[in-house]
Design a protein around this ligand. Structure first.
Ligand code: HEC
Ligand code: HEC
Length: 247
């Protein structure tokens, strides 16, 4: 492993540990083909990007996107690899030039779809270590946020796996969001914006229930992930390290 790569992984690991919880890594120690190892690196990088988008920290997406764009491919890629890898790199490029969360989230959603397209084309259905995690319960804002994250992660697995069942499960939870803006506190004049963000999340969950192509799903995913990040940036709260609040 090159020093660059090792450094990159070290930084990513440190960052996600501090970032969204609930996303455990692969199971180290299990035997894996070089391709499977390579895929785990992909997964580490793209998951870092996802965590940064959710927490509303655009700056964090650039390093892992740079890695995804430039990294060397492994020699045992399936024969049909070329268009997928080219597409993946082009979305990595978009991520690197994104100057707003909306664009980063859109490119991320597309990239996750490309992962899923190649898996489907090769009859691979990726299993995720935390996919059987129970839906968190409770009424506190935090508990509800953990449910949002649960939904987000199932939809994510739905795209990358790919898995229609995981996508469906996540959409259902998103469509059923109960949280009201008033529970979040903060300045009164900000409430309508918070209300709007929550309403959009519900709507997108509803649309997700009916979305049955990878293209429509990834577009929806991109749409809603930036809403999570927008609210966290706006309120200065949410997963990950403390941040400066947008004025
Ligand atoms: C060129 C086709 C292709 C692309 C693009 C691709 N994958 Fe894969 N992926 C595969 C194949 C084939 C396997 C099965 C490898 C094996 O089991 O040896 C796999 C397996 C995996 C695994 C399971 C590894 C393990 O531990 O068994 C993960 C996780 C994964 N891919 C994530 C991703 C992510 C995330 C992306 C996008 C950033 C991605 N893949 C893009 C072809 C692809
Ligand atoms: C309308 C604003 C708003 C939206 C939209 C929003 N969040 Fe949050 N989120 C918050 C606030 C405020 C907190 C801090 C809650 C606390 O610490 O009590 C938070 C905290 C979190 C946490 C940390 C929970 C913990 O364990 O401490 C996670 C994870 C999270 N949000 C995920 C999400 C995801 C995923 C989405 C999008 C599907 C989302 N949020 C959408 C406002 C929002």
């Amino acid at each position: 492993m090159s020093l660059d790569l090792r450094l990159f992984l070290l930084i990513c690991t440190a960052l996600f540990l501090a970032n969204t919880s609930g996303a455990t890594g692969h199971s180290p120690g299990t035997e894996a083909s070089p391709l499977a190892e390579h895929m785990r690196l992909h997964f580490t990088a793209i998951r870092a990007i996802k965590s940064f988008v959710i927490s509303g920290q655009l700056d964090g997406v650039y390093d892992p996107a740079d890695w995804l764009q430039k990294h060397e491919t492994t020699s045992d890629l399936p024969e049909n690899w070329s268009p997928y890898v080219a597409e993946m790199r082009s979305y990595a490029e978009e991520l690197k030039s994104a100057r707003h969360l909306v664009f980063a989230a859109a490119a991320l959603g597309q990239m996750a779809r490309v992962c899923g397209d190649c898996h489907a084309a090769n009859d691979v259905a990726v299993k995720f270590p935390d996919s059987d995690q129970r839906l968190p319960t409770g009424d506190s804002v935090r508990a509800q946020m953990r449910r949002h994250l649960w939904a987000t992660d199932r939809m994510w697995e739905g795209l990358i796996g790919p898995s229609a069942a995981a996508w469906q499960a996540g959409s259902e939870v998103l469509a059923g969001i109960q949280l009201q803006a008033s529970a979040l506190g903060g300045p009164v004049d900000r409430q309508p914006t918070l209300d709007y963000l929550l309403k959009r999340l519900r709507e997108i969950g509803q649309e997700g229930l009916e979305a049955n192509t990878p293209g429509t799903r990834s577009a929806l995913y991109g749409d809603f992930l930036s809403l999570c990040g927008d609210c966290h940036a706006l309120t200065g709260r949410g997963p990950g390290p403390p941040r400066t609040v947008k004025k």
